[in-house]
Ligand binder design. Structure first.
Ligand code: 3HC
Length: 311
């Protein structure tokens, strides 16, 4: 079959809402864009273990420690599903990991901000996982079958992460004046980076037009950012916290929230590798990878022995 006919069938399938599966014909650009996005997503999950992992030994109670360990472990699991998903498109795990560790690959900008206090564990779960979930619930409808299915389980876990974060914040808001102040400070620091998670404004988004056409993404960056704001503002108010932006206000005419201009210069600087924590995050990832070499070697030796015994 010639390529234009293949493309027609492919686009028709997408229009009908059918999923594209790994063995189906797909344009190279579709494959390339998905590998880029899914591998960046996988890296975000793995790097996202670091700011919270840093607080496991300092959790204020056994209950909090158990929850935090489970959450960080979930993020590792999400990374694994997503690397597997990218592999269904022909990407090699070693190449993806190398691109992360050498600083060539991007991961979510948010993880280049420092987690300074225990209240940040609340803000990360509530805002960062809340933003991630808003985006990923939408991605459950992506046209690529394996990615869409991996989002179903990931979103269930993100919902738990989001609630446990909100519960930490709610507890602190009912605590001492100092604790409430720490919750406010965490909200103020994480708000803008959380809004940045949805990516640049639609006019500056390099990939949106093509991704929306092929339903790799089903909603634009700004649409999802607005959904997150609309979900989170009532939660902020319910806790008696101050809005983190003096210009954040519902506009009945546009039926959207107005908010202060996001510092996009800072965003682009962070994704270029110049954020507060970029170097430290890559250093920690490389260290963990190198220290895990003996585990990978042992697993490989075991699997070789096992497969030769079965012959
Ligand atoms: N952080 C880092 N890079 C970002 C970014 C962000 N928040 N937002 C956009 N970018 C990058 C893009 O990757 C692209 O760079 P590239 O061309 O070098 O690949 C560039 O900025 C232009 O942005 P676009 O809008 O054109 O990019 P996309 O169309 O890919 O949209 C996105 C960006 C909305 C983040 C989209 O890629 C997406 O939905 N990705 C899947 C979800 C994801 O990766 N989530 C990570 C969240 S963290 C997480 O899940 C961990 C959890 O445990 C909290």
């Amino acid at each position: 079959m010639d390529v234009s006919k293949e493309l027609e069938i492919f686009e028709e399938k997408i229009q009908k809402g059918e999923k594209i599966e790994p063995k189906d014909w797909m344009p190279d650009e579709y494959r390339k864009n998905l590998i880029r996005m899914i591998s960046q997503h996988a890296h975000s999950e793995i790097v996202g273990m670091l700011p919270e992992g840093n607080w496991i030994t300092r959790a204020p109670s056994l209950r909090r420690k158990l929850i935090l360990i489970a959450k960080v472990q979930d993020e590792g699991g999400h990374g694994l599903y997503l690397y597997n998903t990218a592999e269904t498109l022909g990407a090699r795990r070693e190449d993806m990991i190398e691109a992360l560790h050498t600083g060539k690959a991007k991961y979510a900008s948010i993880f280049n901000y420092p987690s300074l206090t225990w209240a940040d564990m609340g803000a990360i779960g509530w805002l960062v996982d809340g933003a991630a979930m808003t985006n990923q619930v939408s991605l459950m409808r992506t046209s690529y079958g394996p990615y869409s299915r991996s989002m179903i389980r990931i979103c269930k876990e993100e919902a738990f992460h989001n609630r446990q974060g909100y519960e930490i914040i709610a507890t602190w808001c009912n605590g001492t004046e100092e604790q409430k102040q720490m919750a406010q400070d965490a909200l103020d620091r994480w708000w803008e980076p959380a809004l940045m998670m949805f990516g640049p404004e639609d006019k500056d988004s390099t990939h949106s037009a093509q991704s929306l056409k092929w339903k790799i993404k089903v909603e634009g960056n700004e649409e999802l950012r607005q959904r997150f704001i609309a979900m989170t503002v009532p939660q902020i108010e319910a806790r008696g916290l101050r809005l983190p932006d003096p210009n954040l206000k519902y506009n009945p005419e546009t039926k959207k929230y107005d908010y202060s201009r996001i510092n996009w210069e800072e965003f682009f600087n962070v994704i270029k590798g110049n954020g507060f924590m970029n170097r430290e995050r890559l250093r920690d990832r490389n260290k963990a990878h190198n220290e895990g070499l003996w585990v990978r070697e042992a697993a490989e030796a075991y699997s070789k022995k096992h497969s030769s015994n079965n012959k």
